[in-house]
Design a protein around this ligand. Structure first.
Ligand code: IMP
Length: 502
């Protein structure tokens, strides 16, 4: 007879944290959110930490190089999406590793033969108003000048006006040569009251831009996640099909950690992939696996050699797996059970394997709940897709700014390897949707707000570190009626159109 789990599986919304005693040192500034990313033996330090418990999802619509840089600046890590060619993924990783804080390769480029309309289109696409004008319209062509929104007037000029007619030519642009340090660049920006300083190679090609606004960003990122050579840490997604080709290319490109991206991790394919990596790289290469939703799945991946285990099936915001296939488990129940399995495994073997709660985070407090339930960190897709740094278009719908966000199992991404059960090389049916999410601004502003809520709740529970929180948090199930009580209720929310009558 089939096995039945006695309890219904629960979601984050069905739980609340019960406050614990807060001593005088329980203030948000004292909370340390550093958490292990990969497995370690009792008494030893993990080879990789992250400084905040947030990683970005292995998705085309989330984790490109801009996301990876912005998140590493905050202390988290991105996993560059694997549903692209091996070369393209390796190049993205290499660009993150080559990124010199403060020196930005230009992503908004045109040639002198392009038009004012092209300026407007590219500004809309990238969100940047400084356009580099190069001989061939690429980021590394001969530098010829700059266009900013001050150089053209939409209401007065023909959209077909060529860029060469209104750009600021290179002899009128203050620039600096290759080899200029960040400090020197910032002094030039300051002395000349500039917003942007182009850095030019010896052969006259454009190398980077240094932006005035980035100087303060760099200064205000005390948690940034750097390797021993002061480069940002970055992860990359792999699959269980082309690992013999993809893994070496990603390692050569400088990837710090890999993760098998699959909708279902309790499979022979994952065991073979992990086995191949161990055979060729031993423990030097760190690799996460998943996704699983129960103790059995965790144990399987732990024994197969995973460095961390990802938890969650069917809970993602763009996910229709439960509807299509009828598999999955409430995310809270899955995390609680896998966390228990991780603790038992640790007691038995002395090896701690971090777990990542993947998908289904709707409110910031869901992250806090996931940590309290035992997750070491969380993976988020929808959350990050709303920010400037996600690699998708910003559009307006009924006057509201939106970002595109689509699932890896949608026909737009066609990531068949993520769903492959050894069959044909295409998606047999969709497991994800193509959607929009409300645009929410910069990653920095949003992550800062989210972390301050997490720190504050941890203080209410008397915990100053994630491991302390995992061990001592008190959680309660809530009834359907107490969920209503949790929001504003029995009041009419203020509306700006209200006219006072007295
Ligand atoms: P979110 O944070 O709730 O948006 O969930 C993101 C997670 O959903 C990802 O990290 C994946 O594990 C999962 N996911 C991504 N694409 C799909 C899909 O097309 N179908 C089902 N799950 C997906």
């Amino acid at each position: 007879m089939a096995q039945f789990f006695d309890e219904p599986s629960r979601t984050f919304n069905e739980y609340l944290l019960v406050p614990g005693y807060s001593s005088a040192e329980c203030i948000p500034d004292n909370v340390d959110l550093k958490t292990p990313l990969v497995k370690f033996k009792k008494g030893e330090a993990p080879a990789l930490f992250i400084n905040i418990p947030m990683v970005s999802a292995i998705m085309q619509s989330v984790s490109g190089e801009k996301m990876a840089i912005a998140l590493a600046q905050e202390g988290g890590i991105s996993f560059i999406y694997g549903s692209q060619s091996v070369e393209d993924e390796a190049e993205m990783v290499a660009r993150v590793k080559a990124y010199k804080a403060g020196f930005v390769p230009s992503d908004t480029n045109l040639s002198p033969e392009d038009t004012m309309q092209d300026c407007l289109d590219i500004k809309q696409r990238t969100g940047h108003s400084t356009v580099a004008i190069t001989s061939d319209g690429t980021a590394n062509g001969q530098f010829l000048g700059i266009v900013t929104s001050r150089d053209y007037r939409v209401s007065r000029m023909d959209p077909a006006t060529k860029v060469k007619a209104f750009m600021t030519p290179k002899d009128k642009v203050v620039s600096a040569p290759e080899g200029t340090t960040l400090k020197e660049a910032n002094n030039i920006i300051w002395d000349n009251k500039l917003n942007t300083l182009p850095i030019i190679n010896k052969d006259g090609t454009l190398a980077y831009f240094v932006f005035r606004k980035d100087y303060s960003v760099h200064k205000s990122n005390p948690l940034e996640l750097l390797d021993s050579k002061k480069r940002y840490l970055v992860g990359a997604g792999i699959n269980t099909r082309d690992y013999a080709e993809r893994v070496p290319a990603l390692i050569d490109a400088g990837t710090d950690v890999l993760c098998i991206d699959s909708s279902e991790g309790f499979t022979e394919w994952q065991r073979l992939t992990l086995g191949w990596i161990r055979e060729h790289y031993g423990d030097r290469v760190k690799v996460g696996a998943g996704n699983v939703v129960d103790a059995e799945g965790f144990r399987f991946l732990a024994e197969a050699g995973a460095d961390f285990v990802k938890v969650g099936i069917g809970g993602g915001s763009i996910c229709i797996t439960r509807e299509q296939k009828g598999i999955g488990r409430g995310q809270a129940t899955a995390v609680i059970e896998v966390a228990r399995a991780r603790d038992e495994y640790y007691k038995e073997t002395g090896v701690y394997i971090p777990i990542c709660s993947d998908g289904g985070i709707v409110y910031d407090h869901h992250i806090t709940l996931a940590l309290a339930m035992g997750a070491d960190f969380v993976m988020l897709g929808r959350y990050f897709s709303r920010f400037d740094e996600s690699p998708t278009r910003t559009v307006t719908i009924n006057g509201n700014y939106m970002k595109e966000y689509w699932g890896e199992g949608s026909s737009r991404a066609r990531n068949w390897q993520r769903y492959d059960m050894g069959g044909k090389k295409e998606l047999s049916f969709e497991e994800g949707v193509d959607s929009y999410v409300p645009y929410a601004g910069s990653l920095h502003d949003n992550v800062t707000g989210t972390l301050s809520k997490i720190r504050s709740t941890m203080c209410n529970c008397g915990a100053l570190s994630i491991s302390d929180f995992q061990q001592n948090a008190k959680l309660t199930l809530v009834s359907a009626t107490s969920i209503t009580e949790g929001g504003a209720h029995d009041v009419i929310l203020k509306d700006t159109n209200v006219q006072p009558i007295r």
